[in-house]
Structures are given as C-alpha cells and as structure tokens.
Design a protein around this ligand. Structure first.
Ligand SMILES: Cc1cc2nc3c(=O)[nH]c(=O)nc-3n(C[C@H](O)[C@H](O)[C@H](O)COP(=O)(O)OP(=O)(O)OC[C@H]3O[C@@H](n4cnc5c(N)ncnc54)[C@H](O)[C@@H]3O)c2cc1C
Length: 302
C-alpha cells in the first residue's frame, strides 16, 4: 500500500487537503503521540496531513480580549511566551513540565487537545480559563467551548475532515493562576494528579478562585472548593485536601461502566492520599505567586 504525504502551506491548500482525509488518514502535528502508535502498528495510515508548514498555526497573538494560540504552537514556545507566562501562568507551568525537552520542542498544544488523554496536562488549564477551541471544517471555522469539545477519554467532537486551528483564552488582566502536578518522576512523567487554580487579587485578597483537577477521571474535574486555598491557613488546606480526596473516592465508586482509564484500585487509593501533597504545593505557589510570573526563564519550574 502506498502512503501519501500532504504538507499544505496555505489556508487554501489546507482546506482542500482536509477534504481528502478518509477513515485511514491521520493529521500529523509534532508526532509525539502519533508516531509511537504508527511504529507499533496500532495505526496504519494511508495518508498523512502534516501541519508542519502551516506557519500561521504556530502564532501566539492577542486578538482584542482574547489570546489566540495556534494549534501548532509547541509546548516550549508556549511556556516561554511572555504573554502566556504573565496572563495564563498555569498553562505556561503545565507546558514547561510536559515530558522531556524533546517532547516539549516537538509536541503541540493542538495535538495535546486532539489526543484528549485524561492524563494530559493542557486540557485542565483550558477548562480553567474557560477557553474555546477553533475548528476548521468544510464550512469554515467554528468555535466551541473546551468543555463541549472534550467528549470522553481520547474522544473529541472533531469530525473526520476537521482540525483544530487555535485555542482562544479570554484575557483578564488581574487573573492569576498556577499549575502543580504529581508524577512518578520529575522528568518524562505522566501526571498521576494535576491541579490548576486561578484567582483574582483584589484589595490584598484572593477572590473568585477556580480550580480543576486532572488525571483522576476521563475529564478534568472541577475543584468547587478552590476558594479554600485563598484562605492561607493550615485548616483550610486540610479541608481542601479532604474535600478533593472525597471527590476522587466518589468518582471511583460512582463509575458505572467499565473505565477505559485502566487505573488500578491501588493507584486510585494512592491518588486519594497523594492529593494532599498537591493541594499544599498549590497553596504554596499561590502564596508566593507575585514573584513568579516576573521570574526569568529557567527560574523555578518555568
Ligand atoms: C515520552 C512522552 C512523554 C509525554 N509526557 C506528557 C506530559 O507530561 N503531559 C502531557 O500532557 N502529555 C505528555 N505526552 C503526550 C504528548 O506529548 C502530547 O499529547 C503532545 O502535545 C501531542 O502533540 P503532538 O503535536 O506531538 O501531536 P501528534 O502526535 O502529532 O498528534 C496527536 C493526535 O492529535 C491529532 N492532531 C494533532 N494535531 C491536530 C490538530 N491541530 N487538529 C486535529 N487533530 C490533531 C493527531 O492526528 C493525533 O491523533 C507525552 C508523550 C510522550 C511520548
């Protein structure tokens, strides 16, 4: 079987090529998820639609009240972007901790969202900011809320002849955020649990705190008691951790159908207990955040 390789360089070419995709075709971005599947024989594409020459899809730019991040922006690029570091710190932190340096240089934000892995670090951040996903299809570009974009484990509402062109994040000047993750190692680790929090700083108080926890269910789970982390006391941290542990316990006991997540009982129990560690880490970040986004590249985790 011969394999075709398409590399559009313009919107016109991209739209045309997109209509050629069949059930056996693949869209190729950085290839960090896709290529291992192809090499192992899990996928045998007859046609590759590579986005690597679509320069416009790599841009990160402000558009009025939104930040537009091209689907082909790589994790390194996003983690070093001054705008993302300042206004979407949690996302910059998440991108700076993905895989290894090589994975961060090749892997893209669009690929991460299309991949829709429950252990992915990007989706919880996009949920946190109330982001939108722009999708190119036969009838042009449509925009959907990230929460409706993600259907379930590995499944999004992307149709066969559609692709992600960009991610839109609403700009709120005074909103701050942070991301913490617990993995089995410091580098090249898949999240066991991740937590992202955002808040507004008003009159020396933290207001409107929001949070999402990743890698505990097929979708990022809302941390409804995130406000507890703004109270800056040992008791409120303990209460937040207990609430999240309960939430995780609830997820596993409420699950009716067989989970595709393949998390063992021991891992689930571990997550329930380990959540305390990331809650305390997040609370520490929140306390010292004011010095964080102005930090130089390479400082701390950013
Ligand atoms: C060793 C290793 C460590 C990793 N560590 C982490 C980690 O710590 N955290 C984390 O979140 N992820 C991690 N990943 C997962 C991976 O790096 C990310 O999901 C990555 O960003 C995928 O992007 P990509 O550009 O490489 O996608 P590709 O591999 O090119 O594509 C992935 C999937 O998305 C589709 N796709 C790609 N771009 C688009 C688009 N614009 N529109 C529609 N469909 C598209 C492809 O067809 C494919 O199905 C790791 C992967 C590896 C191999």
């Amino acid at each position: 079987m011969s394999t075709e390789y398409l590399q559009p360089k313009s919107w016109g070419e991209l739209k045309e090529d997109l209509q050629r995709l069949t059930e056996k075709s693949v869209i190729l971005a950085g290839g960090t998820d896709l290529m291992p599947k192809i090499r192992s024989g899990k996928k045998e594409p007859n046609l590759y639609l590579s986005l690597c020459r679509m320069e416009e899809l790599k841009a990160i730019e402000r558009q009025g009240e939104w930040l537009k991040i091209g689907a082909m922006a790589a994790h390194t690029q996003a983690s070093e972007d001054p705008f993302i570091r300042k206004y979407f710190t949690a996302l910059a932190m998440a991108c700076s901790q993905i895989g290894s340096q090589q994975i961060r240089n090749k892997g893209t934000l669009g690929g991460s969202l299309a991949n829709a892995s429950p252990a992915g670090d990007i989706m919880p951040c996009i949920f946190l900011y109330g982001g939108k996903i722009e999708i190119l299809g036969e009838n042009g570009i449509r925009s959907v809320d990230a929460e409706s974009f993600l259907l379930e484990n590995g499944c999004t509402l992307l149709g066969r002849n559609e692709l992600i062109t960009s991610i839109l994040l609403p700009l709120e000047e005074e909103r701050k955020s942070c991301f913490v993750k617990l993995g089995s190692r410091r580098e090249v680790t898949i999240a066991q649990i991740s937590l992202c929090i955002s808040w507004k700083e008003e009159d020396n108080e933290k207001k409107d705190m929001k949070g999402f926890i990743g890698a505990v269910d097929i979708r990022p789970v809302e941390f409804e008691k995130a406000y507890l982390l703004g109270e800056n006391s040992e008791e409120s941290r303990e209460e937040a951790a207990a609430w999240l542990a309960d939430k995780i316990r609830g997820i596993r006991s409420n699950r009716t159908k067989e989970s595709k997540l393949k998390i063992t009982e021991a891992e689930k129990l571990y997550k329930e207990r380990a959540v305390k560690g990331i809650v305390f880490d997040a609370a520490d970040w929140i306390e010292r955040e004011s010095t964080f986004h102005t930090g130089k590249k390479g400082e701390g985790k950013l």
